[in-house]
Design a protein around this ligand. Sequence first.
Ligand SMILES: NC(=O)C[C@H](N)C(=O)O
Length: 324
Amino acid sequence: MALARSILVLTTGGTIASRDDGTGAKVATTEGRELLEGSEIAPDLDVRVREVLSTDSSALTLADLDTIRAAVLDALTEDVVGVVLTHGTDTLEETALLLDLCHDDPRPVVLTGAVRSADDVQPDGPRNLRDALAVAASPTARGLGVLVVLGGSAHAARGTRKLHTTALTPFHDPRWGAVGLVTGAGLDVVRTPERPAALAPAPLGRVRVDVVALYPGVDATALDAHVAAGARGLVLETTGSGNTHPEVVTAVARHVRAGITVLVSTRVHAGEVAAVYGGGGGGRDLLDAGAVLVPWLRPGQARIQLLALLSAGATEDQVRGASW
Ligand SMILES: NC(=O)C[C@H](N)C(=O)O
């Protein structure tokens, strides 16, 4: 008989592990062992589970992200064909990108979660976990980096976002679409994601990077407050293709001169950020003020990449030249 393929499942909480706490609120309380019991596991897989955290992903701290990354890197030192990480969906895209940035191993790391809680009459967690295990064990998933598997498809970590609060297929990559579809046999790959060279993992908590929302009527108050709180980097959630009010651009120029890295992302779901508009508040003005345009990553993932770069000691040129 063929030797069983080993997979380590790391659990962190989220809706996949949540149940009613008696007041009608969902809280992550399900143990890793119970998650596996509820999911069909192929007989040729040897699946072990390790509990890392038990929290709603919206409450994760940077120290928690360090803990999760360390647990994944540790799991990859073991004799496993792949790793599955169960995670809340709210900030799954941040954790997925962080792991992908330092993933330098052909074995797949697969993040999964659920939209419906573990005590729902029709939970989606068991199927998602089964799919994630199938992908983690699939030879076709090797070399694709960190993947997000929910609702029957797999997406690359980079560029993938939660785009629906309740749909069973909440994750999409607006630029490239899915990497593959989950089949009974594993992963049917439709594209190979482009991934930059891996970064050395460094603890995230020493650097502060904040996201600043921009909207009609905005001024520089929030921007200045983040810098006063110690931010070394700011990610602007601009309107449209990278535009805002001239007052914000003036503040950006001041902060860039003082050594703060300012990234220009957008609140718009799909499409490129570019230096098109002038007039004092346009993307062209932000570029001239010294900001870095982020064509494709949206604010959550841009922040994680900037945190990872600054934490790893990247130079200004390395930050500017990164794949955004
Ligand atoms: N569907 C989910 O997992 C949402 C949950 N609030 C979380 O991110 O932990």
